[in-house]
Ligand binder design. Sequence first.
Ligand code: CMP
Length: 137
Amino acid sequence: MEQTLSIIKPDAVKKGVIGKIIDRFESNGLRIAAMKKIQLDDEKAGGFYAEHKERPFFGELVSFMTSGPVVVMVLEGEDAIMKNRNLMGATNPKEAEAGTIRADFAESIDANAVHGSDSAQSAEREIKYFFSENEVL
Ligand code: CMP
């Protein structure tokens, strides 16, 4: 069993598609092991995306991620990291395959509906960034 961190971003929360996105996970063998709706501030969003600090899109990324509440989740299942990435589709929704979450619910590379950990190492860091051990059940 593997765990990964998923974030439903402010665009998808505002659109009212939290349930539809969670259904994609649960219908495809990913269990919700933890979940909360939170409002990120600059420090929390900036720390989460610290690896992108020097990228030209960092400022916009932080301002987008703090523009409204997000839903953070721990997804658990066999090959959870890869399975979640396949369900999300490409980072840029214009390149995402039909039937993926980003193709169906996202507008742009910034407002791309969801985030998912990209490796086992990031998953471990990202889960700890939002959840204490006793919140992952
Ligand atoms: P996410 O998977 O949350 O990780 C970093 C985010 O930066 C990414 O999704 C995009 O929403 C955003 N982003 C904006 N511009 C770019 C870019 N040129 N390349 C990668 N990510 C970008």
